[in-house]
Design a protein around this ligand. Structure first.
Ligand SMILES: Nc1ncnc2c1ncn2[C@@H]1O[C@H](COP(=O)(O)OP(=O)(O)O)[C@@H](O)[C@H]1O
Ligand SMILES: C[C@@](O)(CCOP(=O)(O)O)CC(=O)O
Ligand SMILES: [Mg+2]
Length: 415
């Protein structure tokens, strides 16, 4: 790596099927146009330095201190084509190098980064890596997957595994290059989430709106990207690792109850797919999709009820739901639940004035709402000259400049 590298990846909203997707059920998700950015700067001090400003983490290591972990890394068949999940030996070795609790939010993010760094590299190189997100962290909008996608893509570019395809507005990587990025991003998600389904990293890497089932090729759902959603962040912190582990414990204790609930969620996703197919077959105009909305609203409500049964809702999420009901709109939690964000379907003819009033009501309760653009591009690398211009910085794009810059113009430049 001789030049700075800038990559970014979107967040995501799961429309139907969170948690059930961990158990092999179908889920539907769309990318959300709030992005995470990573700046990788070459350095000459024989160190790798991390600056993760959103989670208050900063640490650097001499490259020789990372060699023992690199020696323990097992490469699948000696090739780079299939990343392997982190082993206990590597995790313990990396954990012993941290200045923070390895199980903490900061510790997991650092181990995820270091694992990809030793796994993707031939020889360790000196670098400073700064990561900043415009997404809320730990709120159900896939900040962990967006972070993982940036780390995977940034390191694959830095170690010349994929080209620096800096188009700025869409990814110019081949299917193989994008799939490789997704596989590494999944390895990072495993460190952060414990047992991820793979839907979040897939939608953050590929972008658009996707139909996802573990072990099957993902399908893009083109029609979905024109739907509007209101996203409300309750600002109640949650940790996906804990939420997923809680569902697993309940399912293990009461399989007869929880397996049925999980199966029912599969029914919700399937009913949504059928409704979209029916709408497309009817050749109706997008302006005439009230039947489709009726079904989607019914399914949003049903999915939320099932998520309540799984034990992953929260009083704040139920409050957002009932505020929405006063305006005749339907809401469900999105992502891990237990706090974080809810999504509300906004019909095409829903008056702007009503949206404003709803947003005012939500804000008055301490929540943050916004109408989201969904279906934006997935992970991509940016042209550094363009980024410098958009950020109004000089020739050297330093970590300090990147940290204080307004990243919105770069986010807006992504089509
Ligand atoms: N911008 C970021 N910088 C560093 N780590 C991040 C960032 N975004 C997410 N993470 C990691 O992901 C964790 C949040 O993941 P998770 O609980 O799955 O919530 P989310 O719904 O936002 O994905 C953080 O605690 C941190 O470990
Ligand atoms: C609960 C789950 O379905 C989604 C978690 O999303 P998030 O990390 O809360 O954004 C877990 C998964 O699919 O890996
Ligand atoms: Mg996550």
């Amino acid at each position: 790596m001789n030049e700075p590298i800038v990559v970014s990846a979107p967040g995501k909203a799961i429309i139907f099927g969170e948690h059930a997707v961990v158990y092999g059920k179908t889920a539907i998700a769309a990318s959300v146009g709030l992005r995470t950015f990573a700046l990788l700067n070459p350095t000459r001090d024989g160190k790798v330095a991390l600056v993760f400003s959103d989670i208050g983490f900063q640490q650097s290591w001499a490259l020789q201190d990372l060699e023992p972990a690199k020696k323990l890394f097992v490469r699948d068949g000696g090739s780079f084509s299939h990343p392997t999940p982190i082993s206990d030996a590597v995790r313990d070795q990396l954990a012993s190098l941290l200045s923070v609790d390895p199980a903490s939010s900061q510790g997991r993010a650092a181990i995820a980064f270091l694992y990809l760094y030793i796994g993707i590299s031939d020889a360790l190189i000196s670098a400073e890596v700064t990561i900043r997100s415009l997404l809320p962290v730990g709120a159900g909008l896939g900040s962990s997957a967006s972070f993982s996608a940036c780390v995977a893509a940034g390191l694959l570019v830095a170690f010349n595994r994929i080209p620096n395809s800096s188009s700025g507005t869409h990814s110019a990587w081949s299917t193989n290059e994008t799939n490789l990025t997704n596989e590494w991003a999944f390895m990072a998600e495993k460190v952060i989430h414990g047992n991820p389904s793979g839907i979040d990293n897939s939608v953050c890497v590929h972008g658009g709106a996707i139909l996802y089932q573990k072990g099957k090729p993902l399908e893009q759902l083109v029609g979905f990207t024109s739907l509007r959603f209101l996203i409300t962040n309750t600002r109640v912190p949650k940790d996906t690792l804990v939420q997923v582990a809680n569902v697993a414990k309940r399912r293990e204790k009461y399989p007869d109850i929880f397996n049925h609930v999980i199966d029912a969620v599969q029914g919700v996703s399937r009913a949504c797919i059928e409704a979209v197919e029916r709408f497309e077959a009817s050749r109706k105009l997008p302006s005439d999709r009230s039947d489709l909305y009726n079904t989607i609203e019914f399914l949003i409500d049903t999915n939320q009820t099932l998520l309540v049964s799984l034990g992953v809702s929260h009083a704040s999420l139920e409050n957002v739901r009932s505020i929405g009901q006063r305006y005749g709109v339907t809401t469900k939690l999105t992502g891990g639940g237990g706090g974080g964000c809810a999504i509300t379907v906004v019909r095409d003819d829903f008056p702007a004035s009503k949206i404003e009033n709803l947003l005012t009501d939500l804000t008055s309760q301490g929540y943050e709402g916004f109408v989201a653009t969904v279906g934006c591009p997935g992970v991509l690398s940016h042209n550094v000259t363009d980024v410098r211009e958009l950020l109004r910085v000089g020739d050297a794009l330093t970590s300090a400049e990147f940290l204080k810059a307004d990243l919105e113009p770069v986010q807006k430049s992504v089509a």
